[in-house]
Design a protein. Structure first.
Length: 254
């Protein structure tokens, strides 16, 4: 056998003057990498997956100005203080974009997701999470908060009055739009959007969104907002390709 010599019975070793494997295969590897780059399909992306991106445009009427929030007389000093206007801190509009019914089993994060209360409001109007995630409700205000929910698919809960720095944890096991309130401050409302799969995101301030490494197939794409009416449309994720899907929110919820 040319270029080989017998070292042990049944085993061959390459001669020193035989062309090295890397020397012969490197040009081929370089050609493959170049072809993949020109095709816009990275080699590290699974051939059975694709990406999705787009822009969410809002033509619906703007949200009305919220009522003035007041700090509660419940505090470490007792009940004597009169209510005072809370510091102004306007929250951005947050639109969640997600896919429905993606096949697979998805493991929730081990660490809790922190959901703060600050400026007599929740840190977000909506918090999207994967089913099975634990949320840690942390009070960062100098007054008491009492977070509760009358959720339906997940257990109802009431965390009781928590002073500044205190918190309470709740695990959300089932997909649901969970409405969250504060028993002390009527103006405090938020949503925890518990989702079946991890293919979700919140749009940037310019309305752009991006989801990556999605199993190929047809899906329902949802743009969800707590004031504007959600919009659902069908998208087709192609193997090894990128898909663009723009969405318009054109009316408020009823």
């Amino acid at each position: 056998m040319a270029g080989l010599y017998l070292r042990k019975p049944g085993r061959y070793t390459r001669r020193a003057n035989h062309p090295n494997f890397l020397e012969t295969s490197m040009p081929v590897l370089l050609l493959i990498l170049l072809a993949a780059f020109l095709a816009g399909s990275p080699l590290w992306a699974s051939p059975g997956h694709g990406d999705l991106e787009g822009t969410v445009t809002v033509t619906a009427p703007a949200r009305p100005a919220p009522p003035q929030a007041y700090s509660s007389s419940y505090g470490k000093s007792g009940y004597g203080a009169a209510p005072a206007a809370a510091p102004s801190h306007e929250l951005p509009e947050e639109i969640v974009v997600y896919l429905k019914k993606v096949p697979g089993t998805f493991k929730a994060p081990k660490e809790p997701v922190v959901f703060e209360q600050k400026y007599i409001q929740f840190a977000h109007r909506v918090l999207p999470i994967l089913a099975g995630t634990t949320v840690d409700f942390v009070n960062q205000d100098g007054v008491y908060h009492n977070i509760f929910s009358n959720s339906e698919s997940n257990p109802k809960f009431d965390l009781g009055r928590k002073p500044k720095g205190d918190s309470g944890k709740v695990k959300f096991k089932h997909p649901e739009d969970v409405k969250i309130y504060c028993e002390i401050h009527e103006s405090m409302k938020a949503h925890i959007l518990v989702l079946q799969n991890p293919y979700f995101t919140v749009t940037t301030p310019g309305g752009h969104y991006s989801l990556t490494h999605i199993p190929a197939g047809h899906y329902e794409l949802v743009a969800w907002h707590d004031y504007w009416a959600p919009v659902t449309q069908t998208v087709f994720i192609k193997k090894g390709k990128g898909t663009n899907a723009d969405i318009t929110l054109d009316k408020a919820q009823n």
